[in-house]
Design a protein around this ligand. Structure first.
Ligand code: DAT
Ligand code: MG
Length: 150
């Protein structure tokens, strides 16, 4: 089953949106495979955003991610990578549609509340970066026949 890496950023945790965000993924029908509240080291933040290291906003972005705890998660489900990005909305909350997380709760690109992997390969890289094998849980839900045509 496909997996993606989702992180509630420091602003989402500070604004008490962890429950709201988890609720949306649960209600959609995705299954939690990993979850932890953590402080982020500069090294981890720099590795996570490595593809953006040449951008002018990179130092501010890394500083922001390290400024306060985040909630790192792995969610599982059919097409979860693309669907999560749709649920999260456009990078800039100005452009994020109502009904999306950024569209409903954000007003600034540097405070856009949540990260989601942008492709299956990115998800695999990010899950391996943020979680050890032992922290990822494989489990069965009895809801499967009601979520999927098996
Ligand atoms: P996304 O988080 O939608 O995948 P991204 O990978 O392009 O977007 O950028 C990562 C984060 O960097 C983004 O969530 C917020 C920040 N960011 C992106 N563009 C920015 C900009 N023009 N100014 C400030 N921060 C920006
Ligand atoms: Mg991205």
């Amino acid at each position: 089953m496909e997996r993606t890496f989702i992180m509630v950023k420091p602003d989402g945790v500070q604004r008490n949106l962890v429950g709201e965000i988890i609720r949306r993924f649960e209600n959609k029908g995705f299954k939690l495979a990993g979850l932890k509240l953590m402080s982020v080291s500069q090294e981890l933040a720099e590795k996570h955003y490595d593809s953006l290291k040449d951008k002018a906003f990179f130092p501010g972005l890394v500083k922001f991610i390290c400024s306060s705890p985040v909630v790192a998660m792995v969610w599982e489900g059919d097409n979860v990578v693309v669907t999560s990005r749709q649920m999260i909305g456009a990078t800039n909350p100005h452009a994020a549609a109502p009904g999306t997380i950024r569209g409903d709760f954000g007003v600034a690109v540097g405070r856009n509340l949540i990260h989601g992997s942008d492709a299956i390969e990115t998800a695999q890289r990010e899950i391996a970066l943020w979680f050890s094998e032992a922290e990822l849980v494989t489990w069965e839900t009895t809801l499967n026949p009601w979520l999927y045509e098996l």
